[in-house]
Each structure stands twice: as C-alpha cells, then as structure tokens.
Design a protein around this ligand. Sequence first.
Ligand code: ZN
Length: 334
Amino acid sequence: MKVIDMHCDTIAEIHAARAAGEEISLRKNRLHIDLEKMRRGDYLVQNFALFVNLAEHEKPFEYAMDLLDTFYVEVGRNADLIGTARTFEDIENNRKNGRMSALLTIEEGGVCQGNPAYLRDFYRLGVRMMTLTWNHPNELGWPNRLNLEGSATIGEADAEHGLTETGIEFVREMERLGMIVDVSHLSDGGFWDVVRHTRKPFVASHSNCRALVPGCPRDLTDDMLRALAERGGVAGINYCIDFLRSPDEWPDGERPRSRICDMVRHMKHMKQVGGIGCIGLGSDFDGIGGELEMKTAADLPLLEAQMRREGFTEAEIEAVFYKNVLRVYREVLG
Ligand SMILES: [Zn+2]
C-alpha cells in the first residue's frame, strides 16, 4: 500500500547529528526514517519539515536556510530513489520513474519573522506546507501549548488567542501562492481564524482526536474535525504516545507505549465525526520518543494489516494511506 506521511522531523535530526560530528545520511541511518526503510514501507511521498524551535535558535530564518540546504543535499545525493515534489504532477512523474517524492514543509511559521517576502521566498525554494506556529507564540499567532515542564499530555487549549493581523495576511498569501496551511500546534482560537479567513482545504499534518485524549490540546476537537472535513482537509494520525492515549488510561505497572490499535481507534473516531475523507498519516517520526510498536517507516504494513482486521475496506485503507492527502495536493498545490 502506497504511503503519504505529512510530517517528520528527520531533516532536523540529521542536521543536528551532523553538527555533533556524526556521519549520517538520509539513505540509510539509525533514525525512524531513511530512504531504504521508506522503500520497504512502499512510500509514495514523505513530507520533510524544516523544524525550528524558537527557544533554541536566535536567528530562525538563517537556521531554516541551513536545514533547507541539508534537505536539498540529501535528496540530491539520492536521486535514484527520491525526487523533490512541488506539484501534484511532480509526484506522478517521480512515481512513473520509480522514485519516491520528498515534499518540503516548515514547522514554525516564525522562520518568516513576520515578513511576507520571506514566505514567498520559501515558496520559491519549494516549501509547500507550513505550520503557523510550533509551541511558542510568534508573529503569526498563538500555539496550543503542551505543558512542557510536567506531563507532556495535559496542557492548555487556548481559545482566547488566535491569529494576529500578520497571521491573517499570511494565510491569505499562502492560499494565493498554493502553499498548504497546517494548523497542527496552533491554538484553538487560531484554528477558527484559519477557518474564517481561508477558503481552500487545509491540514492538521500531525494531530489526533481530543475526544479520545481529553486534555491533550495538540489533538483536534470533534467540532474542529468536522470543520476540517467540510473544507476537504485532512488530519494526519500522529504516532506519539501522548496524542494517542491519556496517561491515566494505562493500567498500573504498564508502561505507556505507542500502539497501532490506538492509531486505528483514532481513525475510527475521525471517520465517525468527519468521514473517511479527512483521515491521513502524520507520523511525527524522528520528532517523537518512547516505545513505538510501529518502529520505523518500514513497519507501515503493520498498520495496514490492523486496519484490515478492524473492518476498514481496501478503498478506505487507500484513502487514509495516501489518496486523501493526494486529493489536497492536487487541489492546493496544482
Ligand atoms: Zn510537531
């Protein structure tokens, strides 16, 4: 089964490892994602995020440009296996040539420093999707913060703060350019501002259902899922333990771990609330820790098998694995 994964942090991991002196490549490595594992998992497209933590980087634009270089160097060295994709047609052409596609995204709209010229520059450089925030407020809006000091799960859903004026200008410009708006990490207020100020499908690249993990503000409420689905957008199932199951739901003595059955549980809920068309995959591979049942990109067939066991039809599995996201790419990227 072909796979499109809307979010991973592999490029930032490779960049950091290399800065620490490690010899590491995208082709084959110790991480969740490398090209050989993707090949075994039958990937069609992997979105590679330029992830920037504003608390660690004083010059977010410059750092994003460094990550961008790492992305292009790695993809360029492996042109036999993968090619960049800026349009739906690029994905089709890569597929015809037996290659997987790499779609460039940004996780932290603050890299643009509020300057729409930088947004356009990133578009010209191939970026086709961007989260407006990560876990820090920026020029564009406010995040839904996880409580980063204590429990990673229980945090604050911020309904009060949304997008700034600049944020509203940005989402309009993103739509005009053909860059997909990604609401993962954004505050509840910001989510509804995106709904109000955009017209095209948008995504939550790596967010699950809040109804199943009460108190996890990184997941979407049922109202959000419905609004996303009505717009033709997609939410990517995140494999992170904290977004799949509340810590207090684990029996005493059992170690919380990311389980495939919980991913399917979230899919069933999304299907019930927004329909099969709003479900995609957003692994968060190489951005998440802990024990994972689906350990790497090579393990995606395990998820496919579990979905089949739990009654999803072939057409539904195809929709979730790649066709729903492909629909958004065709519509927004052109
Ligand atoms: Zn994230």
